[in-house]
Design a protein around this ligand. Sequence first.
Ligand code: ADP
Ligand code: MG
Ligand code: ZN
Length: 466
Amino acid sequence: MMLETVIGLEVHVELNTEHKLFCSCKNRFGDPLNTNRCEICEGLPGAIPVFNEEALIPSVKTALILGCGVEEISRFDRKNYFYPDLPKGYQITQFYRPFAKDGKVYLPKAGKTIRIREVHMEDDAAKIVREGDKTTVDYNRCGVPLNEIVTMPDFRSGEEVTEFLEILRKDLKASGVTDGKMEQGSMRVDVNISVHDEGEEFGTRTEIKNLSSFKATYKAIEAERKRQEEIISAGGLIFQQTLRFDEDKETVEVMRNKENSDDYKYFPEPDLDDVIITEDFISEVRADIPELPSVRSERFVSEYKIREEDAVILCGDDKLADVFEKGAKKTGDPSVCANLLVSFTGETGKVPDAEVLIAVSGLLKEGKISSGMARTLLKELFENGRDPYEYIREKDFLMITDDGAIEEAVLQVLGEEENKKAVRDYLQGKDKVLGFLVGKVMKKLKGRADPEKTRKILTDNLVRRD
Ligand code: ADP
Ligand code: MG
Ligand code: ZN
C-alpha cells in the first residue's frame, strides 16, 4: 500500500483596521481585558450591526494577492452555535456568497500551485483566557474583522504547507493586510487532513483546529498523518472528527465529532445589506499593493542571479531587501552582497545600512579583506556605528598579503609541538588536516591573513619538508 497525505487549509487572518467589523469599537491587541466592547459586539438584544467599509481594503488586497476574482455582490450569513466566546449566539460570516473565489498561489520550492477555493469576511469570536483555574472571556477580540482563506485539498506534505504559510504571511504583512503576528493570533490555521492509498479516492478527513504557529502546524500534521497511516495500514477506519493539537505532548485529541454545515443552520444575516465592491474600488486597491515579497524574491533570482534560498531570506524583510538591492546596484556584485547580508542577519537578526554593506563589499572586492574578515567587519561596524574607512585605518583592519609575514606564521605553526601530528598526517596523505593548519595560521594572524596565500605558503612549506 502506498499511502498519500492530502491536506487543505482554512487560514484565519486578522485584518489591520482601526475598528471592529460591525461596530466602532477599537480593533487593538493588548488593551486591558474587556475595554473595547459595546452592545453590538457583545450581541445585546436589539443592537444592529453596521458594516465597517474600512475592512474592504485589506480584504480586497487579500483576494488580489491570492489571485482570486472579486465578487461584485457578496453577502453575510449567520452561523449559529453556542459557545461562551460567542455572545451573539452566532458568528456573522459569508457562507453562501463569499466576496472572493478561485485563486492560486505558486510554491517555488515545491514547484507546484495551490488552488484557493475562496476568501470570506467574518467576525472573530471573543478570546477565552485561562490562568490557573480561573477562566476569563475577553470581549476585546469579539467582532475583530477576519478574512478566512480556504484552500483546495492540494497539499501533500507538511513542508508544502509551511512554504505556503510563509509566503502568505510575508505577502499579507508587506501589503498591510495584517500585522502577521502569529504569537498574538493574527494568523490561525485549521488543518484538514486525510490519508489514502495512492490511486484510490481521497480518504475521510479530520480537522485540527486553531494552530497558532507554523511549527505547531507542521508538528500537528506529522502527528495526525502518522496516526491515520497506522490506523489505515491496520485496516481500520478514520472518523470525521474535529481535533485539537496538544503542543506539549505533540499529540492530537478529539474535541468533537465533526459537525456538518446543517448543524449551523446558516441563513442570510437580516440586519446587513449586500456588500458591493466596484471595479473602480478594486483598481484603487490594486494600485496600493507594493511589490510582494514572493514576487520580489523571484525577481532577485532572475535579475541578480542569486540563490533562491538567499532571495527568500532577503525578501522576508522589506528593509533587508532594500539594502540588498542598493548594495547590488552600487557594487555590481549581487552575490557578494547577498552572502554578506544573509550571514549577517542570520547571526544578528538585524539589518545593516546600505552604505556600510557597500563599503565592506568594496573592500572585499579590492582584495583588501577576506570574506571572513568582511563578515566580522560588518558586525563590528554595526555595533560601533563607525565610518568604515576610518575604522579599518584606525584598527589596521586590512588583510595581510605580505608573503613574509604569512610565511613567518606558517613556520611557527609547523614548528609547534601540538601541530606535529597534523603535519605527519598531512604528509601521509590526509589532505583534510590542511584546513586545520590554515586555521592555526589564521589564528596567529588574527584572522587577517589572505586565505589563499596562506594555503599556498603552507603547502609549499609542507612539501619542502618531505
Ligand atoms: P466543510 O464545509 O465541511 O468545512 P469544505 O469542503 O469546506 O468542508 O473543506 C474544508 C477544507 O477541507 C478545505 O480546505 C478543503 O481543501 C479540505 N478538504 C476537503 N476534502 C479533503 C480531504 N479529503 N482531505 C483533506 N482535506 C480536505
Ligand atoms: Mg469550511
Ligand atoms: Zn463593539
